[in-house]
Structures are given as structure tokens and as C-alpha cells.
Write a protein that binds this ligand. Structure first.
Ligand code: OAD
Length: 230
């Protein structure tokens, strides 16, 4: 089977009722990103950071995968689908997708502030001050914050380099190193972009723009891929 590699962002979960970050009404309009998503913010006010992610986790519990997540799962019938997501929700997995790489961590995991490798599934529960790893250090969300390394980026780049078809769905492509993955797409590989709004693509290569919300856009992508690539 041909390999379809997909890079997703918060736009794919918008139709599940989860907010994007930079649009009007998005999360970063109501929160200062450096206060809730950086090591400096954590050092300054841990309660605020924990509350922010506890709220996100509680919202995620009520959210369901939408037709876009399901559409990517369906494509596994005809393609080897590899999803690289910037999202910290678990909706791709809950839609059943087999290969999902989380670049920015996962809401449903906590990790030790001292030993990054001590990470725990916490489901949709809260992290509170005083919750510790087995070595006694405070737990924090297992999320990659601004200014922190993205441990999965090398694996992601090597997956992208083996794509037969590449698609970008629901991301403004402004956050690095994720946006830089575009540079690893081999030269002759077709690139599709699904987004209802204009996206400034950080490369000169041409893309096939499906200017739709993710649900409708993926239905269209399915048709094109089955017609042209099977
Ligand atoms: P952004 O908020 O920057 O971009 C969301 C994109 O989704 C925009 O291009 C929208 O036009 C598009 N969009 C909105 N509704 C959509 C829909 N129904 N279907 C498809 N697309 C839609 O969010 P991201 O690009 O995901 O990182 O942000 C990247 C990273 O910045 C996040 O992972 C997060 C954030 O700070 C961390 O927190 C570490």
C-alpha cells in the first residue's frame, strides 16, 4: 500500500468542539501562552498551569472524534496512514487510527518534573499540587511547552521522508519545528492542504489546496486519493 503521511493541527478537532489556538476566539486569545505553556509560566504559577490543562482535559472527556478523524481511519483500508499530530487531544486514537505520533505530548498523560521518562496515563482526571511521581517529584502535564525540545521530531521527520502522499490538515503552520516537517517531504510527492482559511505555507513547493473544514475536506481527499493513487 502507498504511504499517506498526514500532519494535523487543532483545526481537525474544531468540529469536535475543541478550540483552536490562534483564530479569533481561540485559546491564545483568552490565555497568555507564556503564562500557561512555558517553563517560565510553570515556575511562576503552577496552580494556573495545572488549572488550564485540567480544564482542557475535562473538555476532552466530553468531546468525540468527528468525521475528519474517522475519515483518516477509513483511509487505512487503502493506504498505510501515518498521522503526525501537534494536538494534545486523543481523538485520532479514539477514532481508531493505528499510527499516531504526538509531537506536543498528550493531555491524558502526566509526567515527573524531575524525570521526564516517568510518565503516567491519568485519563481525564486532574493533576493537583502535591501529586508526585514515584520518586516524590511534582507531576506536570506531559505536554511540550514553548522553549522545550520536541523529542518526537526526528522520528516524525523520518516518517515524512518516506511519504508517497502528504497532507496537512487544520494547522496554521507557524509553530516550529512542526512546520519545518514540510521540508522533509520528498520532491515529487504531492502535498494536499485542508483548511477553510488561508495558510502561509513555509516553503515554495506547490500544494493542492482543499479550502474546506476538515470533515468535508477529508471526504474530498478520500475521493481524490482513491481516483488518482490506487
Ligand atoms: P492554530 O490555531 O495556529 O491554527 C488552527 C488552524 O486550523 C487554522 O489554520 C484554521 O484556519 C484551521 N481551522 C479552523 N477550523 C477548522 C476546521 N473546522 N477544519 C480544518 N481546519 C480548521 O493551531 P495549530 O496550528 O494546531 O502547541 O497550533 C500549533 C501549536 O500551537 C499547537 O500544537 C499548540 C499551539 O501553541 C502547544 O501548545 C505546544
Amino acid at each position: 500500500m502507498k504511504k499517506l503521511v498526514v500532519l494535523t493541527g487543532s483545526g481537525i478537532s474544531a468540529e469536535s468542539g475543541l478550540k483552536t489556538f490562534r483564530e479569533s476566539g481561540g485559546l491564545w486569545e483568552n490565555y497568555d501562552v507564556m503564562e500557561v505553556a512555558s517553563p517560565e509560566g510553570w515556575a511562576k504559577n503552577k496552580e494556573l498551569v495545572l488549572r488550564f490543562y485540567n480544564e482542557r482535559r475535562a473538555q476532552l472527556k466530553e468531546a468525540l472524534p468527528n468525521s475528519a478523524h474517522m475519515g483518516l481511519k477509513e483511509l487505512e483500508k487503502d493506504f498505510e496512514v501515518n498521522i503526525i499530530t501537534q494536538n494534545v487531544d486523543n481523538l485520532h486514537k479514539r477514532a481508531g487510527s493505528l499510527n499516531v505520533l504526538h509531537l506536543h505530548g498528550l493531555l491524558t498523560r502526566a509526567r515527573s518534573t524531575q524525570y521526564a521518562e516517568l510518565a503516567y496515563d491519568i485519563g481525564y482526571g486532574e493533576i493537583k499540587m502535591g501529586d508526585t511521581c514515584e520518586k516524590g517529584f511534582q507531576l506536570r502535564p506531559d505536554i511540550v511547552w514553548f522553549g522545550e525540545a520536541v523529542p518526537a521530531i526526528e522520528e516524525a521527520a523520518s516518517v515524512v521522508a518516506t511519504a508517497d502522499v502528504f497532507a496537512v490538515i487544520g494547522t496554521s503552520l507557524v509553530v516550529y519545528p512542526a512546520a519545518g516537517l514540510m521540508d522533509y517531504v520528498p520532491k515529487n510527492v504531492p502535498v494536499f492542504l485542508i483548511d477553510p482559511n488561508e495558510v502561509a505555507i513555509p516553503t515554495y513547493r506547490s500544494v493542492r489546496y482543499i479550502r474546506e473544514k476538515a470533515g468535508k475536506g477529508i471526504a474530498e481527499l478520500q475521493e481524490i486519493l482513491r481516483k488518482e493513487f490506487l
